[in-house]
Design a protein around this ligand. Structure first.
Ligand code: ADP
Ligand code: MG
Length: 580
């Protein structure tokens, strides 16, 4: 057992007693469990906690807004399988962090939101404390588990429970409430050290039942037009070699969900990425690995899936996920690493490949679509369109497989997802299950810190606005992040007009000719104004080479872009407006 971070000698009567306190027990408990990075915003009552953490060798990343610190922590959890830690102040700071906590839970990323809070005695009597709020009650519905620690002697257990809850089973967000008074509580240092808990086997393997593996292989074997769908759960599991071997041994075309891109390179001969509509419609057996049949897969039914009967196999750690939207004929419940290796073993040497009519049909559709797209990606139009600009970035990333791509926006997201190929696992970090805007700078910072690799954040101008102030954070920590703002002057497009002819611009329109690059210059980073794909290319190559914080304002035609990108169908329509 390591000694506690700070020992103060305190006289009680005749004897001298060595003391520790709540601050240092929190630090010691985190460090004991291998947690060294914290993302947050300082303030009452956790300002000193951040200072002491830094003094004890932890890395403390201070943000300008808690939401982005939370997104950094959430993506840190996804990338490392250790809970990312976000530290917030009471009430308003806590509430700002909650969006990210709920996001982590929804996306199955392990994260712990640790928040300072006001005193229980006053909060519970609603006597109006500074930033008074019953935070534990508020957090409960938005995370996997929520705990409060009232006694310094329970800090070790509290942190151990939070870690285990975050990473075991289906990962997710956990809330840990630390009232101000707890941090200052003292206790005997030796007893304090003994109270700490090192979590053993925080995410134990969960082996699938052999009969469920056999059942799944049986269904798969009899398929005429099988398809594998890989989701971000498969990427999270870090079973990369086995997943690749499973796909290759099976000979089955696969479709990666957006954050599973790169588990196998997008240029892999079995990738059905460029034939998405065809494979979803035509497949007769679909095996989901770490992907849910939610809205992103049209709930497994309807037009997207065509009218041919289908059977679903699902590999997931969460038993309740089975039959969530349609019947799952072969549920395989367990951790993906164990499930995939059991399936591989079950396939053995005698596995017969799927019918060639099917794999050839998929291949030729892919080739056809790729050929159709190619010339558009080469255009050097000024102002740029999405294809010209993204074609340039695609060519850069083909040579830089180490770069992590963060991506958000509407059209910027949709086009980048299909245009930019990924060739390594966990290199594409995007808006996730909610399709949420605002993850950009937080995820870019979390990814750069956790991996030490260069990050390219490709952002719509609207999406960038949610977290733009964090470029100061990027400059302050001198992180190797290049932000490209696809600036078409508005949400979806920059061309909407106010139908009344009044002075206010349309609700979807921003300031014309905005210069986001100047924001970066204000904090000492490199700002570039790029009006052509060539200029954009040069700026991004230079940024990735130098590792200097850079923002490229990429001017996109304000007429380019469609309403809500590819999910415009989710907008309700007004009957009244149509009548006018
Ligand atoms: P996508 O959005 O890429 O389709 P989802 O977030 O919908 O992916 O699905 C991820 C799924 O992966 C969740 O149902 C989750 O329970 C599951 N999952 C996460 N980690 C593991 C793991 N280690 N083993 C098995 N399943 C996992
Ligand atoms: Mg825009």
């Amino acid at each position: 057992m390591s000694s506690t971070a700070t020992d103060t000698t305190h006289k009680t009567g005749d004897e001298a007693e060595t003391l520790t306190d709540g601050f240092h027990l929190v630090i010691d408990a985190l460090k004991l469990n291998g947690i060294n990075n914290v993302y947050g915003v300082p303030g009452i009552p956790i300002t000193d906690l951040g200072r002491y953490m830094q003094a004890e060798g932890m890395r403390v990343f201070s943000f300008r807004h808690e939401q982005h610190a939370g997104y950094a922590a959430a993506i840190a959890g996804y990338l490392t399988q250790k809970p990312g830690i976000c530290l917030t102040v009471s009430a308003p700071g806590f509430l700002n962090g909650l969006t990210a906590l709920a996001h982590a839970t929804t996306n199955c990323y392990p994260m712990i939101l640790i928040s300072g809070s006001s005193e229980r005695e006053i909060v519970d009597l609603m006597q109006g404390d500074y930033e008074e709020m019953d935070q534990l009650a508020v957090a409960k519905t938005l995370c996997k588990a929520a705990y409060r620690v009232l006694h310094a002697a329970d800090i070790g257990i509290g942190i151990a429970r939070a870690i285990r809850a975050a990473v075991s089973g289906r990962p997710g967000g956990v809330y840990l409430d630390l009232p101000a008074k707890l941090l200052g509580q003292t206790m005997n240092a030796a007893k304090g050290a003994a109270s700490l808990v090192k979590v053993i086997d925080a995410a134990p393997r969960q082996l699938p039942a052999p009969e469920s593996v056999a059942r799944a292989l049986d269904v798969l074997k009899n398929a005429k037009r099988p398809l594998i769908i890989l989701g971000k759960g498969a990427a999270y599991a870090q079973a990369d070699d086995d997943i690749r071997a499973l796909v290759e041994t099976s000979g089955i075309p696969y479709l990666p969900m957006s954050m599973a891109k790169g588990l196998l390179p997008d240029t892999h001969p079995l990738s059905a990425g460029a034939a998405r509509s065809l494979v979803l419609k035509e497949a007769d057996v679909v095996m989901l690995i770490g992907a849910r049949l939610n809205w992103l897969l049209s709930h497994g039914k309807g037009k997207t899936w065509g009218d041919k009967p289908k059977q679903f196999i699902q590999v997931d750690i969460e038993p309740k996920e089975m039959d969530s939207n349609v019947e799952i004929v072969a549920p395989v419940v367990g951790d993906i690493g164990s499930c995939v290796s059991a399936m591989l073993a079950g396939m053995g040497k005698k596995w017969s490949l799927p019918p060639t009519e099917w794999t050839q049909a998929v291949n030729s559709k892919c080739a056809e679509n790729v050929t159709k797209m190619a010339p558009r990606l080469q255009n050097n139009n000024v102002p740029m369109d999405f294809h010209g600009a993204l074609g340039a970035l695609k060519r850069i990333l083909a040579d830089r497989p180490d770069v992590i791509l963060v991506n958000e926006g509407a059209n910027t997201l949709d086009f980048a997802r299909s245009i930019i190929d990924m060739s390594k696992p966990r290199k594409r970090l995007d808006v996730g299950t909610w399709g949420v805007m605002g993850i950009g700078m937080g995820q870019a910072i979390g990814a750069a810190v956790e991996t030490g690799l260069p990050v390219l954040a490709v952002e719509g101008d609207s999406a960038f606005g949610f977290s733009g102030m964090e470029i100061e954070t990027i400059c302050r920590y001198n992180l190797p992040i290049c932000v490209v703002v696809f600036n078409n002057g508005g949400i979806y497009r920059g061309t909407d007009v106010n139908p009344t002819g009044g002075a206010d611009v349309a609700p979807t329109v921003f300031v014309k000719d905005a210069r986001y690059d100047k924001m970066m210059e204000a904090f000492g980073g490199v700002g570039v104004h790029a009006t052509s794909p060539d200029e954009l290319s040069r700026a991004v190559v230079a940024a990735l080479e130098s590792g200097k914080p850079t923002l490229v304002n990429a001017v996109i035609d304000e007429k380019a872009g469609t309403e809500s990108g590819r999910i415009g169908n989710l907008n309700p329509q007004s009957v009244v407006a149509k009548k006018k």
